[in-house]
Design a protein around this ligand. Structure first.
Ligand SMILES: [Zn+2]
Length: 197
């Protein structure tokens, strides 16, 4: 094989490896589903918003050659055990759970990202910092939580609360394609940054 062609092929191989996160599967977990709608305010169900954002994140990651899996891709109920089982069925995976928040006082707004453990912290930080840059809402910060889906996944895991459905202005935003795309793009960029580290 001519040396130039060999270098080109090696270059392409390295690029593909980096683009695909070295074989890591990104498992996206749209919160709730089916009989579990999550929070419902003003006619908007959390399960619908989380699925729509997750499908957008999947599209963005796949366009970059990154392998993905979803814990659900329609309005289906999934137990927490089956959600983490999807992540743990792959040799190497990272897990991103997508949710919307609620606050009975209706005053709370903003984004917050949860993690459990050191590798989860790096993933959550990467997603959260880009999400904070891409949105103008309140930064409620990175938080450690002992959620079962974060604790029981083998790889890095993060749970993103994309905004409050109890806050009328945030609820309106979260139902628009433009805002969902902005949130999805931030999550995808955070995942890519953490894969390339
Ligand atoms: Zn939720």
């Amino acid at each position: 094989m001519p040396p130039k062609l060999r270098y080109l092929l090696i270059g392409l191989f390295l690029w593909a490896q980096s683009a695909a996160g070295s074989g890591t599967v990104v498992v996206l977990d749209p919160g709730h589903g089916g009989k579990d709608p999550g929070t419902i305010w003003g006619g908007v169900s959390e399960k619908t918003v989380t699925l729509s954002i997750a499908l957008k994140v999947e599209k963005l990651l796949r366009a970059r050659g990154i392998k993905t899996a979803l814990t659900r891709r329609s309005d289906l109920y999934r137990s927490l055990t089956s959600r983490k089982a999807v992540a743990n069925s792959f040799r190497r995976s990272i897990f991103v759970s997508i949710h919307c928040n609620a606050d009975r006082s209706h005053r709370a707004r903003g984004i917050e990202t949860f993690y459990c453990g050191q590798q989860g912290y790096r993933l959550a930080k990467s997603i959260h910092s880009i999400l904070d840059n891409n949105t103008t809402t309140t930064d409620r910060g990175l938080k450690r939580a002992d959620f079962s889906v974060l604790r029981n996944t083998n790889g890095a895991a993060a749970l993103v609360e994309c905004g409050f459905l109890t806050c009328p202005s945030e609820r309106r935003l979260l139902t628009t394609e433009i805002y969902q795309q902005r949130v999805a793009s931030a999550i995808a960029s955070g995942v890519i940054r953490s894969l390339n580290r």
